[in-house]
Design a protein around this ligand. Sequence first.
Ligand SMILES: [Zn+2]
Length: 257
Amino acid sequence: MKNRVESETRESGANWTLYSARGVEYVAPEPEPEGAQIWFFTRRGGVSKAPFDSLNISTAVPDEPEAVFENRDRIRTAMDGRDSAWIRQVAGDGVAWVRETGLAGEADALVTEEEGFALVVAIADCVPVALVGGEARTVGMVHSGWRGTIAEISAKAAREMGDTGALRAYIGPCIRQCCYEVSEELAERFAGRFGPEVVEGRYLSLPDAIRQNLEEAGVGEVHDLGLCTGCRPDLFFCHRKQGPRTGRNLAAVARLS
Ligand SMILES: [Zn+2]
């Protein structure tokens, strides 16, 4: 049973819904997986001032720490009081098995068999990928920029969770091909690894590369929400469009009891 904490629907797309929980807005996949809950938090509903307005969750950017702590509190409330487990993200391919809340070390993906708390990553254009295992006995959350994508971190996290055929993957809001021009060299590297269909000229599709990678790993269902952080600066922080002085969005997944 999903707990929406006084949520109301604000907007919806083909396979996602934007909810507001006491003013904190997040996107959830449509339909949602049974046995787990996924929150792709937007930038709306926090207290940070521009350019971190308003739901920035990172103290690694020069935002007011008090504002960030208040934002995290609001997110905790929106997640029905759940605490979180997080990682020090290093754009690598490390997968951390998590048993409790708090910092789980240096990695770019977390997986757990526990319930009662959320696995979270911080995002500004990179791709958040939520993973839900068979009968929701395990969940995972991946942070995949171009480095993590070429290092195949999503497939690695999926294999860690086991029984990949029963896994469902949800590719969250990220910088998409329409807004993601890269160097010729990087475009060629991706075309060489994932096939020419993931690039168009120098425009790279990380979500398509990740989808292919997950399918290669045998993941049963891959859902892509199709939301672009570059096209929706009203909803998401975007490093590409706003520069380094921008906030970080939180992506979260939890098992439901
Ligand atoms: Zn775009």
